[in-house]
Unconditional design. Structure first.
Length: 350
């Protein structure tokens, strides 16, 4: 018997599950970050007041969902009609998202203390020796905070971090990433007076008590934007390292992944690296149809509870027995464990 080797692929649904469980979602709707009360880090007013181009686009499209507003900030033609330097609009969006999600990350960290019974927390705790690599499309630090609480070591290639543990790839950026201070010399302030964006430099890790300040260069891909960082020195080698781990995984869990068009090249590359006999778990109350089609012919399980990796009785879905070894495969050659296949009725208490 062998122990399970698990890859975690994390999207916004992971944070939404925590928001739902902890009550954080009431005041912090991640679909509407433009309505969060974010103060400017360098002035005494709302942050949007310091980002006039983003504010103006938001006001022109006030009835549209925030994610559509962010999509407009990367629409070069549209922005050119408002602004001589369209790239500055996207840069303001990056600064807004970085500071807004820094506040949100701090709220999550504070709530996690009181929410150690969140099913994903318990699930990762039970499988912490089995998690071999992780990939997150989120700017926030929820996965990192869970790992920190459980003493799971991880590394995202920040040059000031320890370099130990499993690869944690954050290809769309993260609120605790900042360009290395030796990369550029200027004093950042809001409103922006220097327009610094998209430089491929080494990155450092910021501690969670030092996230709220004018950033030298925000590291954050705008929603709906294709990944401009994919060849960067903190993304490409991290992806290569992650891929070398995923080639040996027995289970790959896609948690709250929406499979948006712009994310597909990265997610498809992951799917191509997963061994054919590895079990794919789609943890999502609404599994995307096109993603499910991509999984045809593979052993697949769906965990669709809003609470996370639990059955209708609230019990966790384990991937191993008490002795730490993988569950027995089903005799029907589905590739799934007997417990989650032909034996499911024996385990289903409801
Ligand atoms: Zn079976």
């Amino acid at each position: 018997m062998t122990k399970p080797r698990v890859a975690l692929i994390v999207g916004n649904g992971f944070s939404m599950s925590f928001g739902h469980f902890s009550g954080l979602a009431k005041d912090w709707n991640t679909q509407e970050p433009l309505s969060w009360p974010i103060p400017c880090p360098s002035q005494n007013h709302s942050f949007l007041e310091s980002l006039p181009r983003l504010k103006s686009i938001h006001e022109k499209h006030i009835d549209e969902p925030d994610f559509d507003v962010f999509a407009k900030t990367i629409d070069k033609k549209l922005c050119e009609s408002y602004e001589p330097d369209p790239f500055v609009v996207a840069l303001e969006a990056r600064h807004y998202l970085t500071i807004a999600f820094s506040h949100y990350a701090n709220e999550q960290i504070a709530k996690l203390e009181q929410c150690k019974n969140w099913p994903w927390y318990n699930w990762i705790k039970f499988h912490k020796e089995n998690v071999m690599c992780a990939f997150s499309l989120n700017y926030d630090l929820l996965l990192e905070s869970v790992f920190d609480e459980l003493s799971v070591q991880y590394f995202s290639l920040q040059v000031n971090h320890h370099g130990n543990g499993i690869p944690l790839v954050k290809p769309h950026g993260s609120v605790n990433f900042e360009i290395h201070p030796n990369s550029i010399s200027y004093t950042p302030t809001y409103p922006l007076t220097n327009f610094v964006d998209l430089n491929n430099t080494p990155i450092i890790r910021l501690e969670s008590d030092n996230l709220i300040y004018p950033r030298y260069q925000p590291l954050c891909i705008v929603p709906n934007e294709s990944n401009k960082y994919s060849k960067y020195q903190w993304v490409k080698p991290a992806n290569d390292w992650f891929n070398s781990e995923i080639e040996n995984c027995t289970h790959c869990i896609f948690i709250g992944i929406s499979y948006f068009e712009c994310d597909r090249p990265e997610l498809d590359a992951i799917l191509d690296s997963i061994p054919a006999n590895a079990v794919i778990i789609v943890a999502n109350p609404h599994p995307p149809d096109e993603f499910m089609e991509k999984l045809n012919g593979r052993p697949v399980m769906i965990w669709d509870s809003y609470d996370g990796p639990v059955d209708s009785a609230g019990d966790l879905f384990p991937l191993k027995s008490d002795d730490g070894n993988s569950l027995t495969k089903c005799f029907c050659t589905s590739g799934l464990s007997y417990r989650y296949c032909c034996g499911a009725k024996l385990y289903n208490k409801t």
